[in-house]
Design a protein around this ligand. Sequence first.
Ligand SMILES: NC(=O)c1ccc[n+]([C@@H]2O[C@H](COP(=O)([O-])OP(=O)(O)OC[C@H]3O[C@@H](n4cnc5c(N)ncnc54)[C@H](O)[C@@H]3O)[C@@H](O)[C@H]2O)c1
Ligand SMILES: O=C(O)C[C@H](O)C(=O)O
Ligand SMILES: [Mg+2]
Length: 543
Amino acid sequence: MNKTGFAVLVDPLLNKGTAFTAEERAQLGLQGLLPAGVQTIEQQEREVYERFLAEPTDLAKRIYLMGVRDSNARLFFYSMERHLTEYMPIVYAPTVAQSIENYDEHYFGSKVAYVSVDHPELVEESLRAFAGEGADIRLVVATDSEGILGIGDWGTNGAEILTGKLAVYTAAASIDPAKILPVMVDAGTNRKELLDDPRYLGNRFERVRGQRYDDLIQALVDASLKLYPSALLHWEDFGRPCAAPILERYRDTVLTLNDDIQGTGVTVLGALMAATKVADAPLSDSRILTFGAGTAGIGIADQIVDGLEKLGGLTSAEARSRVYLVDRDGLILKGMPDLTEGQVRYAHDASEFAADLKTTSLAAVVDAVRPTALIGTSTVHGAFTEDVVRAMASHVEHPFIAPISNPTKLAEATAADVIRWSEGRASVVTGTPSAPVDYDGVTYHIGQGNNALMYPGICLGALIPSARIVSRGMLLAGAQALADMIDTSQPGAPVLPPMSDLTQITRNVATAVAERALEEGLNRVEVADVGAAIDAAAWHPEY
Ligand SMILES: NC(=O)c1ccc[n+]([C@@H]2O[C@H](COP(=O)([O-])OP(=O)(O)OC[C@H]3O[C@@H](n4cnc5c(N)ncnc54)[C@H](O)[C@@H]3O)[C@@H](O)[C@H]2O)c1
Ligand SMILES: O=C(O)C[C@H](O)C(=O)O
Ligand SMILES: [Mg+2]
């Protein structure tokens, strides 16, 4: 049944507010519900942008913009398209972290589907209720909020990470917002201050682990496959104990992507490939030191190893031996207690190092390993000290240094410090935006090493041919497409394309990923012309 009256005005996908024409107002029963003036989308957008500029803080700007999103989605995306570079850090990281940390003051629940570990039998009903009967969902984005960015466990307050990721999906990949379903997986929280806060709205118990948790995830996968068989399932900000096991359980049989593992892995691999061009060194010469060997750190290591093998020509054992990990207890060595499965893959033999190596000193480990690339996914602010950066730059002419922990306050270093301490020789990327750095007469542009550069394109590229899975080949094709966008001929050029080019980046990545899926025979539909199929699928925020 077609909606009329207030039902139209409160539906963000139908609402045009004051842009409804006199005829539409008559047809849709809106007479008397709107003031007499009729505006164009351009006029409405100008007012949105002026109000955005006038809001006093980043958090206030985010709350305002997401309010526009919730009342008139086309107007929001029309505005985001025009001010992408300005809106990204507000709608998404780093400001989304403030939304989550201050949730109780500003939200009464986010617009997402909630599923509870107490009621796996209600998962299907929750998805149906949120999406509406007959919805053509192509993308399910789920979080359990145990590892939100680097700020940890935020229970159901973490739902705002989903609204941020969804906005980026539509802005970057033109995916129709009506086809995306955000799901908050509520398995409890281990954050005591939330459990003690009377205003906390999620399940008030400690995180449930083991069979009951696995059953909830299985119920979500089953419901998604049953209701929306061609949809991609995106996992976001699950904690270290759950993220990798969930991906391993489903990656070979279900169309699925873990953003923190795979999205981040391909982003960093793409940047590393571009950095090897700056260094004029083959990819196969890379030696990688990852500081913070959790979900993202291991995801990056695995992805780089795949790249060293398939693109760099190393054997799998050779490629693995090029990766070194440092975590809380220092350099990861064989036989250390409590290593995760991922860490075991990269544990080195202590006999490779001098007996007196201080394995908990990052600078000493850098001197011992002599890496070409240093990646930070530790959430330890300032861990890449001057000593560490100088050690990197003393062994390699052009080191790749990527302090990508989010939000900004947790980054291992600032771009400006890395440029200064490496005397302008390092290729740097940071997780949140960094201003250009002037050093010794050169302006260095800093790439934003954030998975937002990749997950929209990988997902779109997988959806276009209705791929059965996201294969390793599809991921590598995405990384190559990203690296191919980089022109390193100018001094100070970034090793990642700028966020202002996000729609073009996404298109290039999606094209490469879709073509690889077709080559590998993973498609469930035939696609004669990938570019034309991308155009045909695109949703445009116009009235
Ligand atoms: N830029 C991006 O696109 C991107 C993508 C994913 C994750 N991240 C960031 O990476 C960070 C880590 O995320 P995650 O999901 O991997 O979390 P995680 O908890 O799975 O991993 C963090 C790891 O750092 C280790 N660590 C903590 N303190 C340490 C110390 N003092 N020294 C060495 N290691 C230490 C932890 O033991 C853990 O293994 C977060 O800040 C997150 O925002 C960035
Ligand atoms: O959300 C982001 O900004 C990137 C990434 O997924 C993260 O967890 O930090
Ligand atoms: Mg994340």
